[in-house]
Write a protein that binds this ligand. Structure first.
Ligand SMILES: Nc1ncnc2c1ncn2[C@@H]1O[C@H](COP(=O)(O)OP(=O)(O)O)[C@@H](O)[C@H]1O
Ligand SMILES: O=C(CO)[C@@H](O)[C@H](O)COP(=O)(O)O
Length: 584
């Protein structure tokens, strides 16, 4: 088949890197036999630490001010990385002139503060100088708060109180107040840096920031990503007046509304053509359109045709658990977002800060040689050699733990490690573990079990009506994505605890799933027919073979039930630790 059809580009600006595969979509060859395909033609990656670590002083993509719990990233580094990733695609002879549409996925909640010169600088970019040389003056603040930031407890308390309860705030915005959510972050920066706030003309999310660079003008926010702010009233489809007032003060509401700009409700279509900077510097076609960008988690659910009752576990820097549902059922212990492409559908999400980095910490305490690949092999050996709940026989106590090297999101507990035991038969007799009842080897399994038990506990309302031929309530398929999806031992333990009546799968582009979701979004955005949904268009073109691999059988009779017996004890353990933290 002639390979000269349109190409689509999807970016992923996540915590530790900027990646971008381009997709080729082969258009129908004749009017009768329709052959359309979604295949990757090229990709490139910038690794923030590897490419820029020494110049920007970052570690794992971010800078920190531990005294205040601040975590943030230099915006200039992202400008450099956009040029570098495109340069790398060009060096691989990617035909950038054939790209007809671009979209992408970005770490959620982060905010970029534009200064008064932003529009004129963005609109006047010259192709002969890099972005960083031309745009440094476009920002009122050189840093973007990162989703790992936990400096906003005082603001969060006020957010929950503003609508009277955390439950009510979750009803309105899809989430109770969270440290990393953009509203509390803006409120804190306005208090801490009033001059910076006054000099800010517009505020972007990371997703709308990257789209802005590409269209050469500040882009509207995306309907799904806007739900990660604690400011967007999901049922009413507008900014929440009382929350704007809390964030900016009574007199500052109109100004903040202007800074935030519009939220684009349509996840498809084009927001504008690519700026002449990219046509001149990299040879993009002037007709290339830029679709709304979204958050990395909303983009992940677009990486395959996800059905209700299927779940995605994203094993990136953060670990997230994602499902889609037509029922808006928010609760303070999890998040609801508008679906990024389909009105009337919602994304359910749990997000853990102690994901990939926490698993790495446990890996690094294991005896043995240090190099990362070797060390994962050691971790995997111990994770599989340890029996479920580290209970070798039915009479042994079950071991449970929480491994929070960073303050956690769910539940909102400060950093610490806790180990408990309980009866494996029914979860009774929960008590702190004795020193002899813990070992680094067992921790390799217990940390993954702990993450999966938390997901199982909190996703119960979404799977409670599932009826898989008489099996207990559980997700249908579990898809693993993100860097950790390469790990077979993690896949096995996830399947043991979470089940999955149709098994556990990994995406073949596991580490790139959200960039791929972004690229699929660009295809749909530019090629959809009148009223054609994302699922309809991508569902027709997506082929399971070559896209996913079955990595674990999922539900195992007897094993799944063993974890079910201690779920109550796990919940009680969290409750006791929370209670103790409150009484400190
Ligand atoms: N073989 C492996 N086993 C377990 N975890 C891995 C493996 N390879 C990579 N990872 C994890 O993947 C994480 C990065 O995942 P990725 O999805 O690329 O991150 P992000 O998108 O957040 O930048 C690393 O922090 C590392 O812990
Ligand atoms: O805070 C969240 C979701 O609420 C994180 O999932 C971020 O969106 C960052 O993701 P990664 O860099 O780990 O992919």
């Amino acid at each position: 088949m002639a390979d000269n059809g349109p190409l689509y580009l999807g970016f992923d600006l996540s915590t530790q890197q900027l990646k971008g595969p381009t997709l080729t979509v082969l258009l129908p060859e004749t009017a009768v036999v329709i052959r359309s395909d979604l295949t990757i033609v090229s990709d490139a990656k910038v690794d923030f630490d590897g490419d820029f670590g020494s110049r920007y002083g970052i570690t794992k993509g971010v800078l920190q001010n531990p005294d205040e719990g601040e975590v943030f990233a230099p915006v200039a580094m992202w400008l450099e990385s956009l040029d570098l990733v495109l340069q790398r695609l060009k060096e691989k002879n990617t035909p950038l002139d054939r790209i007809r549409g671009i979209s992408g996925s970005c770490q959620q909640h982060g905010s970029v503060f534009w200064g008064r010169e932003a529009e004129s600088l963005l609109g006047g970019l010259k192709a002969d100088k890099p972005l960083v040389d031309q745009l440094t003056g476009a920002f009122s603040h050189p840093y973007a708060p990162n989703w790992q930031d936990h400096s906003t407890q005082a603001e969060c308390d006020q957010y929950d109180a503003q609508l009277e309860t955390a439950e009510r705030l979750a009803q309105v915005t899809g989430s109770s107040a969270h440290h990393r959510f953009t509203g509390p972050q803006i409120m804190r920066l306005r208090r801490k840096l009033p001059e910076m706030y006054a000099a800010t003309s517009r505020i972007s999310l990371v997703s709308s920031f990257l789209a802005s660079l590409l269209i050469g003008s500040v882009a509207p926010m995306d309907i799904s990503d806007a739900c990660g702010m604690n400011l967007w009233d999901i049922p009413s489809h507008r900014w929440s007046e009382p929350l704007l007032e809390l964030t900016a003060g009574k007199d500052g509401v109109a100004d903040l509304r202007h800074k935030l700009g519009d939220v684009r409700e349509d996840g498809g279509g084009s927001m504008g053509r690519i700026s002449s900077y990219f046509t001149g510097r990299y040879g993009f076609h002037p007709d290339c359109g830029v679709a709304p960008f979204t958050g990395d988690n909303p983009a992940t659910i677009l990486a395959l045709p996800l059905r209700p009752l299927d779940a995605i576990v994203s094993l990136g820097t953060s670990t997230t658990f994602l499902m889609i549902t037509p029922v808006y059922k928010p609760d303070p212990s999890y998040h609801f977002f508008h679906h990024p492409t389909t009105p009337g559908q919602y994304m359910f999400m749990l997000c853990y800060k102690n994901g990939g980095l926490a698993r790495e910490k446990v890996r690094d305490t294991l005896p043995g040689p240090a190099p990362p690949a070797r060390a994962w092999a050691t971790f995997n050996h111990h994770a599989l050699a340890t029996p479920p709940l580290a209970a070798a026989s039915p009479s042994d106590p079950a071991r449970l733990g929480l491994y929070f090297y960073l303050p956690e999101i769910v539940p909102n507990i400060s950093a610490g490690t806790w180990r408990y035991t309980c009866s494996a038969a029914d979860g009774s007799n929960l008590q702190p573990a004795a020193a002899t009842e813990s070992s680094p080897e067992a921790d390799a399994r217990l940390i993954v079990e702990s993450q999966a038990l938390s997901m199982r506990l909190r996703s119960r309302p979404l799977v409670s009506n599932a009826d898989h031929a008489g099996l207990p309530a559980q997700p249908r398929r579990i898809y693993l994505v993100g860097g950790g999806s390469l790990n077979p031992a993690i896949a096995r333990v996830m399947g043991d605890v979470l089940g999955g009546s149709e098994g556990v799968y990994k995406l073949d582009v596991g580490g790139n799933a959200c960039a791929l979701g972004g690229a699929y979004k660009a295809v749909w955005a530019m090629e959809r027919g009148e009223g054609e949904t994302f699922d309809e268009l991508i569902g027709k073109r997506w082929r399971e073979e070559g896209a996913i691999q079955r990595v674990d059988e999922g539900y195992k009779e007897g094993v799944f039930e063993r974890y079910g017996k201690v779920l109550g004890a796990f919940e009680e353990m969290e409750g006791r630790i929370l209670e103790a933290a409150r009484n400190k």
